[in-house]
Write a new protein. Structure first.
Lengths: 188, 449
């Protein structure tokens, strides 16, 4: 295995608050003890915008990100501030394929309250970090978890996301450790 | 999430199929896809999927047609319909045809989670229902009735024929011959088996209580009727009502029941409103109803109404060839219940059991085996283990009063148990304190043996 594949790259795609990738990278380092670093921004591929839905196609965008050669990093977390959708869903907060190379995290709906007010940036970044850790779990082959407090629990709304703690349950944590060990990844 | 399911996505749009596929893979479900209804049916033939997500609008066989086929050919498969806003009416139609839920595309992610929770709950309920029904079938199964003798073979041949009809059945036979088992078997084999089976022992309750139990009552119908209650004739709704010891019913109640059987309507006590009822009646008696009619205590018209099909169950003494089979059956049953391995009887013991008259019939044999298994110290039951069945020892004793009989019986049981009060109390079916009181009252001691 490449010596550099234990590093996680957090890349802003398009116009994204500069703090967002740094906070996400810090959380990955802190909670998973893996090397994570914020990377230089890349351009948002505009053809992933769907004119009918007025949203960005998460599947298409993910494929675009995966096609970028991030050779220095084993896994990539791409942060966007646009509204993402999947053909069956009205929206998604993030997207990743099981065992894939890259995952998406969208800040777009994390800061908007139903009343029209905006949430504080700290809360938005915290939510983004939870989604990043959840999607990273999928990249390491973890499945959705029944435990509502576990990071791998599927959160359909912000309330549910806020109820999730900043840790994997014992079962998911064991799976994650086993997966990292199998891949020969070094934890800090 | 929860139990992993096998799911098939049926949609002609590849992008929708892939979206679902990736989504469900993240939850660890086994997922397959089909681009048409025909392909879905072919895959269902090979693998019994738990859940289908079916798009309503598809070329060729549409979602509704597929739903109908799935519900008739694979009733265990749960179907969730996916539809667009334009085809909401079809979604309503789908729900009527048995779809578990429907989702309007595109849906919020948590709507899919909710639908999955609902489906998982439904699947769990179906599994529980199947398990419990299996248990019930086991309890009421036909082969619970043991016998290979000619009279029993005749009854076995009769049960499926009788079960297929809806005619009232009269079961006659001495107490303990297994009338209720036959009634349960008829119910289990009948088209009414999906509905309740309710058994009432008419001899065990006074007339007024029986009336209230059968017909139900309105609130305030009588003192103590603080709330309205449905009677068994209503509760049985489509099932089978078994009236045991029907010979004990008063003539007034016979008139009421005759009316119900003829009109299939009842009126709750204290009410004036008629309620339609639907049930099959199986009655049983150990009495000679013809003699009761002659004596004027049983109504002839009611007798003819319940005696459409009659099954006479022979007493055990007239089918002694069945005794070894029954003994084996009860040995297995009680060995399992008591976790004591007692699975044999000696030839002498079998001979003894076959020569005994069994006035209490199969029930007496069952109790005798249970008692012998409980008290046995070995794997094999001997003739001495059944000595308590011999009436000679009882007749030789002086004094025939109830107290004398009780005293003697308690002493005999205590002797058999080596004066283990707990074991004796269990056999006598009384608690230890009561047994101690009786030992003191009758001044029973080991010396009095």
């Amino acid at each position: 295995m490449d010596a550099n594949t234990d590093r996680i790259g957090v890349v802003p795609v398009g116009a994204v608050h500069e703090m967002a990738p740094k906070v996400v990278a810090a959380h990955i380092s802190g909670y998973l003890s893996l090397q994570a670093e914020s990377l230089a921004p890349v351009q948002l591929p505009l053809h992933t915008f769907n004119g009918n839905r007025l949203q960005y196609d998460a599947g298409l965008l993910l494929r675009e990100i995966e096609s970028i050669p991030f050779d220095e990093h084993g896994k990539i977390i791409a942060i966007v501030d646009v509204d993402l959708f999947l053909p069956i869903f009205t929206h998604v907060f993030g997207e990743a394929r099981q065992g894939g190379k890259a995952a998406l995290v969208s800040l777009y709906r994390l800061g908007k309250h139903g009343s029209g007010l905006r949430f504080e940036s700290a809360l938005v970044f915290e939510r983004a970090a939870k989604i990043a850790l959840h999607e990273l779990g999928h990249l390491y082959d973890l499945l959705h978890c029944d435990n509502a407090r576990c990071l791998m629990h599927f959160s359909g709304g912000l309330d549910e996301l806020d109820r999730t703690s900043f840790s994997y349950c014992r079962y998911c944590a064991t799976c994650m450790r086993a997966c990292l060990k199998t891949r020969g990844l070094k934890r800090k | 999430m929860g139990d992993k399911m096998s799911i098939m996505i049926v949609d002609d749009e590849m992008i929708i199929r892939e979206s679902f596929l990736h989504w469900f893979q993240k939850s660890g479900h086994h997922v397959a896809t089909a681009a048409s209804g025909q392909e879905a049916l072919e895959k269902l033939d090979i693998f019994p999927f738990d859940l289908l997500f079916v798009d309503i609008k598809m070329p060729g066989m549409d979602g509704i047609q597929l739903l109908e086929r799935v519900k008739s050919e694979f009733p265990d498969t749960i179907v969730v319909i996916i539809t667009a806003y334009g085809s909401i009416e079809s979604a309503v139609q789908a729900m009527k045809l048995g779809a578990a839920d429907y989702l309007l595309k595109p849906f919020k992610p948590d709507q899919l989670s909710l639908a999955m929770e609902k489906v998982a709950q439904q699947k769990k309920l179906v599994s529980e229902y199947r398990y419990l029904k299996g248990r019930l079938d086991n309890i009421t199964r036909f082969d619970n009735i043991i016998g290979q003798s000619a009279p029993m073979e005749e009854i076995f041949a009769l049960i499926p024929q009788v079960a297929a009809s809806d005619a009232p059945v009269l079961l006659t036979g001495e107490t303990g011959t297994g009338k209720e088992l036959i009634a349960k078997a008829i119910h289990a084999k009948s088209p009414r088996s999906r509905f309740p089976y309710i058994a009432i022992n008419c001899g065990a309750m006074p007339d007024s209580l029986l009336e209230s139990e059968l017909f139900g009552h309105q609130k305030g119908a009588f003192t103590g009727a603080i709330q309205g209650r449905k009677g068994f004739l209503e509760v049985v709704a489509g099932g089978t009502l078994f009236l045991d010891e029907v010979g004990e019913i008063s003539t007034r109640m016979q008139v009421d029941l005759l009316r119900v059987l003829e009109e299939k309507k009842i009126i709750r006590l204290g009410s004036s409103q008629t309620i339609d009822v639907n049930f099959r009646l199986i009655a049983a008696t150990s009495r000679n109803l013809e003699e009761q009619i002659a004596a004027g205590v049983f109504r002839e018209d009611f007798y003819y109404r319940i005696n459409v099909v009659r099954i006479d169950i022979p007493p055990l003494r007239k089918r002694k060839d069945d005794i070894p089979l029954l003994v084996e059956h009860f040995l297995t049953k009680f060995s399992n219940e008591t976790t004591k391995r007692v699975d044999r009887v000696t030839r002498q013991a079998e001979h003894f059991l076959k020569n005994y008259d069994w006035p209490g019939n199969v029930r007496e044999l069952e109790n005798a085996i249970e008692r012998a298994v409980v008290l046995s110290g070995s794997r094999t039951l001997h003739e001495k283990d059944f000595r308590f069945l011999s009436p000679a020892s009882m007749e030789a004793q002086p004094g025939r009063s109830l107290l004398e009989m009780e005293k003697r019986h308690i002493r005999q049981v205590l002797d058999e148990c080596g004066w283990n009060v707990t074991q004796a109390a269990k056999l006598l079916n009384i608690n230890r304190v009561t047994l101690h009181k009786k030992i003191n009252r009758y001044q029973l001691t080991r010396k009095s043996m």
